[in-house]
Design a protein around this ligand. Structure first.
Ligand SMILES: C[S@@+](CC[C@H](N)C(=O)[O-])C[C@H]1O[C@@H](n2cnc3c(N)ncnc32)[C@H](O)[C@@H]1O
Length: 280
């Protein structure tokens, strides 16, 4: 059987999982859909691995990224594994928004932090875009830090990334008043919604998803705590769930001292990011 035959058959069996199947074939073979449809290679050598992975996926709905062990994100191949959140496509925009703001405001150097670094995605994206910065990545998860370190070494960015295990800002006492940019994609899903998420998401760490009763526990903490750590003009930039941005803007306004508060949208047009500058 050729790879094309196998792919077409699986698409017929499970049409609702076509996107997942295409992702898997692309990730394992490196072939794009055009090559798969019209190319003249058989691709039979890929079939044993593809069949095994697809079988495990359809039986367990473990995320394909965990089964393959990698994901593509902002032109980087990142290692992922159970215990660490799979970085999402919309989070790529958080890097763009932060970088653009840094460029607009002349803050493209200094000490930055990625709070809840997970696989390292945001920190590594920032390091590639802003060659003058050093990033401190914090996570309370040992597995996340191990994977972030692996990815930083693989991308040769480890000399500009310092990892800290601990609770949000707590390990960063030495940076009080000196942080040029704080970027975070904290857990923001309300606890009662966790059980309603897709089967694949149920395999991801609850620690990375659970934002407490209203989903705002950590966003609120970041609003309250960042002023002690940011330098005057420092960037405050977070991802939120759709529907939370207005509340976060209110929290920033109530806190006082934040300026230039902005809401940014994801590719679907949903408000998903909030950005501000610390007035000092
Ligand atoms: C939504 S995930 C984001 C991961 C990564 N930054 C990304 O965007 O793919 C949230 C991260 O926050 C971490 N986290 C949860 N509670 C934390 C805490 N109290 N202190 C530090 N990190 C925490 C989780 O382990 C997880 O890696």
């Amino acid at each position: 059987m050729t790879l094309r035959d196998w792919w077409q058959r699986q698409r017929q069996f499970t049409p609702t999982l076509a996107g997942e199947l295409d992702w898997l074939v692309r990730q394992v073979t490196g072939w794009d859909t055009l090559t798969l449809k019209w190319g003249n290679r058989s691709g039979g050598e890929f079939l044993p691995r593809l069949e095994a992975l697809w079988h495990t996926y359809t039986q367990t709905r473990q995320p394909l990224q965990y089964l393959v062990g990698t994901t593509s994100w902002r032109n980087m191949e990142l290692q992922v594994a159970p215990g660490v959140l799979i970085p999402r496509p919309e989070t790529e925009l958080l890097v763009d928004v932060a970088v653009q703001s840094a460029k607009n405001w002349g803050g493209t150097d200094g000490q930055w932090v990625d709070l809840g670094i997970g696989s390292g995605a945001i920190a590594l994206g920032l390091l590639r875009e802003l060659p003058g910065i050093h990033v401190h990545g914090v996570d309370c998860s040992e597995i996340a830090l191990q994977i972030a370190k692996y990815n930083a070494v693989a991308l040769e960015l480890n000399h500009r990334l310092t990892l800290h295990q601990g609770d949000w800002f707590t390990p960063l006492g030495h940076l009080r008043g000196h942080i040029q940019g704080m970027v975070s994609n904290p857990p923001y899903i309300p606890t009662h919604l966790l059980a309603t998420l897709a089967p694949e998401v149920q395999h991801e760490p609850r620690l990375a998803l659970d934002g407490g009763d209203n989903g705002l526990v950590y966003l609120h903490y970041l609003v309250q705590t960042a002023p002690a750590y940011l330098c005057p003009g420092g960037l405050w930039c977070v991802e939120t769930m759709s529907g939370q941005t207005e509340v976060v803007v209110n929290l920033l306004q109530q806190q006082g001292g934040y300026q230039n508060i902005e809401i940014h949208r994801d590719w679907g047009g949903h408000d998903r990011m909030v950005l501000a500058r610390w007035g000092g």
